[in-house]
Design a protein around this ligand. Sequence first.
Ligand SMILES: NC(=O)c1ccc[n+]([C@@H]2O[C@H](COP(=O)([O-])OP(=O)(O)OC[C@H]3O[C@@H](n4cnc5c(N)ncnc54)[C@H](OP(=O)(O)O)[C@@H]3O)[C@@H](O)[C@H]2O)c1
Length: 205
Amino acid sequence: MNTQNIDGEALGRGIAVVTGASSGLGKVYADRLAKRGYDLLLVARRKDRLHILAQDLQKQYGIQANILVADLGLATDLNRVANAIAGDERVTVLVNSAGTASFVPSVAMSLPDLDTQLNVNARAVSHLSLAVLPEFLRKNAGTIINIGSVLSFSALPVGTSYSATKAHVMLFTVDLGCGRNRLGCDRPNHGYDRRGLRRRGTRGP
Ligand SMILES: NC(=O)c1ccc[n+]([C@@H]2O[C@H](COP(=O)([O-])OP(=O)(O)OC[C@H]3O[C@@H](n4cnc5c(N)ncnc54)[C@H](OP(=O)(O)O)[C@@H]3O)[C@@H](O)[C@H]2O)c1
């Protein structure tokens, strides 16, 4: 096994869990973390994309990359992911990037779409953060990155429900106790990227 990545940095930084790794920001985080020597657990629904990414990153950076296919909108799948990472002392980073958006007025949104958005954007972020947090606190080390949005500060008329889920991410992440210990907790509030969510909406795999 390699002890250094292609930049000569030491490997063995533990496992970075990245949700939403099959595309967009999650895929970029996976690449950058692998480049820094982290092993990876890549989570999303599209198995083919995760598989290709894992193969590419292993080959490129000499790290170990595993995949976990899960629909984070479903309670059973979310529990499966949470159980897989809870209490695992090898996990040192969690990136919650999986997200979905229905850009329609709340009054016009179907209840299934509303539930999916709440489950993926808010419930999954919370459950997975709380799955790793006890071990991070025990070690007094670890990093949680919950992807927020500028839309957590103000809502578009067609996006109040999405904004509400991102406001949850912002406030929940503030309360993870980051100021009271050495943990790194961040909630980057990304701006609009037309290649990402808006185009794909809540569409499935
Ligand atoms: N794009 C923007 O303009 C923008 C702006 C601000 C904030 N953000 C936030 O940034 C994060 C990433 O967005 P992106 O732009 O990178 O979007 P993206 O390219 O559409 O990626 C979304 C990722 O989430 C995963 N995902 C969606 N629903 C899922 C589900 N039910 N279960 C498991 N995984 C699911 C998708 O994987 P599968 O389809 O394979 O499951 C995909 O990997 C999101 O949290 C989003 O709210 C985006």
